[in-house]
Design a protein around this ligand. Sequence first.
Ligand SMILES: C[S@@+](CC[C@H](N)C(=O)[O-])C[C@H]1O[C@@H](n2cnc3c(N)ncnc32)[C@H](O)[C@@H]1O
Length: 331
Amino acid sequence: MMSTIRPRQADVLASYDRGADSYETLWSPVILPPAAALVPSVVRTSDWVVVDVGAGTGALHGTLSAIAPTARLVALDLSANMLRMARTHRGATTVLADALALPLADSSADVVILAYVLFHLADPAQALAEAARILRPGGRVATITWAWERGPCAAAVWDQFLTDANVPPAPLRCVNAGLDRPSDVAALLRSAGLTTEQIRCERLSHQWDPPAFWKLANEAGTNGIRLGGVDAATRTDVLARMQAGLTRLAPRDFLWEGEVICAVATKDVARRPARCRPLPGRTGRSPAGQGTLRVAAMTSARDNRPLVAELPVHQPIARRDHRSMTAGHLA
Ligand SMILES: C[S@@+](CC[C@H](N)C(=O)[O-])C[C@H]1O[C@@H](n2cnc3c(N)ncnc32)[C@H](O)[C@@H]1O
């Protein structure tokens, strides 16, 4: 049963926009292996269209390119700062958009990946419904969610120092309830018309060294937001006390552990896709009223299916527009 308390999109976005650097250098390498291991299960042919929803800094781009060098890879995310890294570090084609309203045509993708994204969303079922909508019948979706995660003791110490200094808690940005058991994930996929092909759990652990932990603790998005909520003098004082407190901890206090649920599901062939609309070449205003649309259709390499069009603007497409457009924002 999906929890009714879900993260607010603005909080999630603010934390990733703020913490893109530390995500890329510190956290992404820790959680990448299970996601990379899923790719061969879903990407089988080079000329496919693969949409990485919530692609972040494009961590999967290298694996995807190695397995399918000529595939059309689209890295879609709501955080402009995360996507900037996907472009500059990995040369990814990026689309700034909401996972809950994908600016992509029906049946336009062969594969959709949602790695470490669903638990951030206000409506994970809607994201899967959108994934199913843009998948062709027989296309595959891969998801990764947390079964559980146990932060290092050092993180609890860090939190306690801030709580003792009356720093307000960080905003909620991750809710695992309803996504933390294989049966729940399979049920959610099923509700979107997706049949689970494989689902497995994998344990992860990471031994932080104190300097890396310190950097992550201070620079990760939510922590940065939390620290940003106090005046400079209080922050300096709390940070000094926290650093002294952390030096008293043992190496085991810096051990992080977690378990992920990795799932692959197929869009039922019997489920009739909505009819693809013709992709018009057109010029107009962006949904946000800024910038001229230059709609140059990107089509799938295989059969010219409309995929996404180029919009040289940087606003997410408004929800009301996404079904009437076969266009997306190339961020
Ligand atoms: C934990 S990161 C995962 C990034 C990438 N999939 C990976 O495995 O490294 C979660 C990503 O989801 C993105 N995200 C959160 N809410 C989103 C939404 N509503 N639409 C699109 N992306 C979203 C965040 O901006 C962030 O980049």
